[in-house]
Design a protein around this ligand. Structure first.
Ligand code: PLP
Length: 347
């Protein structure tokens, strides 16, 4: 099976499992787990932040960032394909009493001008615009990479207008691999930022949320309150440390694999690609021109042991990761070509 469903499909490697087995552990809830502390310090340094906290998931990183930095009745600004808006079970609204203003974007990247226009004029009747989130790289918008200068302008506008600037950095290191710009440059001046360990880094679980010392004190309170405090979490934190040592470099390979896949299928009649296609490790395309739904197309590929994900009526998403090699990508491209051709001729 060539599994391009998501970069969450990786299995821990033998080396990672060994590191997990050897982990020195303590009680995380009392801040006594040395391996977890080391992981948080490593990621905080990588992101240029004063402190970090280990979280069970990226979803909890986003939620806690919102809970700490907003209050009920506030509004946050995100893109309309963002993870926060679409796939976090409306946590910001359900738990924080916060509404979400989604910006319509072509590829998950809104302009600083569109963001500024979405900020509410303070008054008695409007919600208070409290936080803006930038998803670097974008997920459901096809792995597009934000330009550093746009992120900085958004950050500066946010701060000028009294908003918090947040980065959903689930795949921030894929952006780093794509551009060579250090993670701390992207994160510079942002109030909160996190990395997912369970995506391209190949860990079974976990994410690290970073920010100022004060922010992390409050983030810890919410982590505990939401049931996210752990005990001997060093066992899973060790996987994160292992990934930072061994799996960061191959993110560039994953990005290259998506470029290869894109090259191999870009000319197919009936497939439509975003202008930002091929920027990182995710490729989205529409199969509407083939006269089939995304679900039908994904099912057809699966009969040839290639798994892609239907993420809309006609939209397919393919994601490369640690467990897919170049031969696998070439085979996936062949299967996509063959299936597209057969749907086209069958119309
Ligand atoms: C996966 C993902 C999340 C959530 O992370 P989990 O660890 O799956 O909870 C948030 N944002 C983006 C952009 C993601 O891709």
């Amino acid at each position: 099976m060539i599994d391009l469903y998501s970069d969450t499909q990786t299995r821990p490697t033998p080396g990672m499992r060994e590191a997990m087995a050897r982990a020195v552990v303590g009680d995380e809830q009392s801040n006594d787990d040395p391996t977890t502390r080391e992981l948080c310090a490593r990621v905080a340094a990588l992101l240029g932040k004063a402190d970090g906290v280990f979280m069970p998931s990226g979803t909890m990183c986003n939620l806690v960032s919102i809970l700490v930095q907003t209050r009920a009745g506030d509004e946050i600004i995100v893109d309309d394909q963002s993870h926060i808006y679409n796939t976090e079970a409306a946590g910001a609204a359900a738990i924080g009493g916060v509404s979400v203003a989604p910006l319509r974007t072509p590829a998950g990247i809104y302009t600083p001008e569109a963001f500024e226009a979405a900020i509410r004029t303070p008054g008695r009747t409007a919600p208070r615009s409290a936080l803006v989130s930038v998803e670097q790289t974008t997920s459901f918008s096809g792995g597009s990479v934000w330009r550093l200068e746009d992120m900085r302008r958004i950050r500066d506008i946010a701060h000028d207008r009294g908003l918090i600037a947040h980065i959903d950095g689930a795949r921030l290191l894929n952006a780093v691999a794509a551009t060579g710009i250090p993670a701390a440059e992207y994160a510079d001046g942002f109030d909160s930022v996190w990395l997912d360990l369970s995506k391209g880094l190949g860990c079974p679980v976990g994410a690290v949320l970073c920010g100022s010392k004060d922010f992390i004190v409050e983030a810890w309170r919410w982590k505990y309150r939401l049931g996210g405090a752990m005990r001997q979490s060093g066992v899973i934190a060790a996987a994160g440390l292992y990934a930072l040592d061994h799996h960061v470099e191959q993110l560039g390979r994953d990005n290259a694999h998506i470029r290869l896949l894109h090259e191999r299928i870009a000319d197919l009649p009936g497939l439509a690609f975003d202008p930002t296609a091929g920027q990182s490790n995710i490729l989205c395309f529409s199969v509407e021109g083939l006269g089939v739904t995304a679900a039908e197309f994904a099912r057809a590929c699966l009969t040839e042991d290639v798994r892609v994900r239907a993420i809309g009526a006609y939209r397919i998403r393919a994601t490369t990761h640690l467990d897919v090699d170049r031969a696998g990508v070439e085979r996936a491209a062949e299967v996509i070509r063959a299936k597209a051709a057969s749907f086209l001729s069958g119309r």
